[in-house]
Design a protein around this ligand. Structure first.
Ligand SMILES: Cc1cc2nc3c(=O)[nH]c(=O)nc-3n(C[C@H](O)[C@H](O)[C@H](O)COP(=O)(O)OP(=O)(O)OC[C@H]3O[C@@H](n4cnc5c(N)ncnc54)[C@H](O)[C@@H]3O)c2cc1C
Length: 424
């Protein structure tokens, strides 16, 4: 590839999972001259990376568990349109994760988590754009910021700690009053009284399509794609010999676990028992909507995002704690449309089903809102790169670059100690 430094270390690397994280990792490994195979039983970009809100948010450095989060939970759970649901049958399995989650929200720990997140998310667009240009996918990425709209003063005031944290970590934004909000986007309801505009963020108008396009470029540039499920690793002592898959072995002398919410058992097989959970999220899309936001717009009170996409208006968000196996509860997707009508009153009161589509996906989440990133305990050849939670589209591109450094034997560009697998 023109103009890029190529290191001729040439390892045979298997990347397990072809979501945003895996595909970005494969892309950067190829640039270093490695022989790369992506392994996934599903087409690239069909996991969590398919249906998210599409935002590239280097500003999203506020951990999910904050001081005071616990006090808000009963209110969230009591509200049928609320942003959080727990399936009570899943609670016994979930409890150890929940305890760690609550304990991670102390004032000292959130400072460290936010700093670590900023180091990983800050270089998002500069890491992503070379891959996008190489894939010819520029039309799938917009770089015109995001908006956060507030319906209540209480919510605005309640977020002070979070915005102080952002300020301390170098995030820049503009504050809008009610009139400025309306001038910025006349489609917004008059019930919204304040706004924050983050001009440096971007978004994809088709996140799944973008990951698929990057994966096509990986194959065009010499990488390969194997449609099968990885089940473990074949070792010679602590050195990797092959990936064990549902269809036999794939020879490799390095591997990266990028299987998102499904990474737990693979990580355990190389000595790292990590408390990975799924925070399930939903979207509903409206084809040919009457109104679209100018840029992705977060409803700070409803805690969902309305994103203008090439196939319509996507309303995405909510957290449901119910594990990997439970069936979707489509009421959680439909409620997003109810909420969105408060944000954009120009949307129709009701829609024919053929104009709507719904999706549920698995955010891969660790209790401290940080991914696991770095070499495994059992083998210097197997690397972890999973658990990006709410920010994997944003964190994926720079993660890929970091992993390429590790596989190639270069020092990583940021301190990776907050992301160690053995931190729990
Ligand atoms: C509603 C919602 C909104 C979101 N909005 C945003 C947003 O605006 N911005 C943002 O940055 N993030 C957002 N996210 C988070 C983001 O979508 C995820 O963090 C990100 O997609 C995770 O990427 P990934 O590559 O780790 O996982 P995935 O995209 O899930 O990919 C993992 C892949 O691994 C494969 N796999 C699983 N097991 C195996 C195996 N054993 N062998 C081989 N392959 C396997 C799967 O098939 C899948 O293709 C949102 C998430 C949700 C649910």
């Amino acid at each position: 590839m023109a103009g890029l430094p190529v290191v001729s270390s040439n390892r045979k690397v298997a990347v397990i999972g072809a979501g945003m994280v895996g595909v970005a990792t494969a892309s950067y490994l190829l640039r270093d001259g490695h022989d790369v195979t992506l392994i996934d039983p599903e087409p690239p970009g069909s996991g969590a990376s398919f249906g998210n809100a599409g935002c590239f948010n280097p500003s999203s450095i506020v951990p999910m568990a904050m001081p005071g989060t616990l006090a808000k939970v009963p209110g969230y759970l009591a509200d049928p349109l609320g942003p959080l649901a727990i399936r009570w049958t899943y609670l016994p399995k979930l409890t150890p994760w929940l305890i760690r989650y609550i304990r991670s929200g102390t004032p000292e720990r959130i400072e460290a988590q936010a700093r670590a997140l900023r180091s990983l998310l800050g270089p998002c667009l500069e890491s992503l754009m070379p891959l996008v240009r190489n894939a010819g996918a520029q039309s799938l990425v917009a770089r015109n910021g995001i908006l956060i709209a507030y319906r209540s003063e209480a919510t605005w005031r309640g977020e002070k700690l979070a915005w102080d944290l952002r300020r301390r970590n170098g995030v820049a934004w503009e504050e809008l009053d009610a009139d400025e909000l309306r001038q910025f986007d006349p489609n917004l309801s008059r019930d919204y009284i304040r706004g924050r505009l983050i001009p440096d963020n971007g978004h994809s108008v088709d996140p799944g399509g973008l990951v698929a396009a990057l994966a096509e470029a990986v194959q065009r540039d010499g990488g390969s794609l194997r449609y099968t499920r990885a089940t473990g690793f074949a070792m010679n002592g602590n050195r990797l010999r092959a990936i064990v898959t549902a269809e036999g072995e794939v020879a490799a002398d390095a591997a990266v676990i990028t299987a998102g919410a499904h990474s737990r058992s693979l990580a355990a097989s190389v000595g790292d028992a990590v408390p990975l959970e799924t925070e399930r999220g939903y979207h509903i899309m409206v084809r040919e909507p009457e109104v679209v936001p100018r840029i992705p717009t977060t409803d700070a009170d409803g805690k969902f995002v309305a994103t203008p996409m090439r196939h319509g208006l996507r309303l995405a968000g909510t957290v449901e704690l119910a594990g990997l196996a439970a069936k979707p509860d489509w009421r959680r997707a439909r409620m997003l449309l109810t909420q969105a009508k408060r944000l954009f009153p120009g949307l129709a009161p009701s829609y024919e089903e053929d104009r709507l589509s719904m999706w549920m996906g698995h955010r891969p989440s660790l209790p401290d809102s940080l991914p696991v990133l770095g070499a495994s305990t059992r083998s210097p050849d197997v690397f972890h790169a999973f658990g990006h939670g709410h920010v994997g589209m944003t964190g994926g591109p720079f993660t890929g670059k970091i992993v390429a450094d590790l596989v190639s034997g270069r020092p990583p560009p940021i301190d990776l100690s907050p992301f160690r697998a053995d931190r729990f």
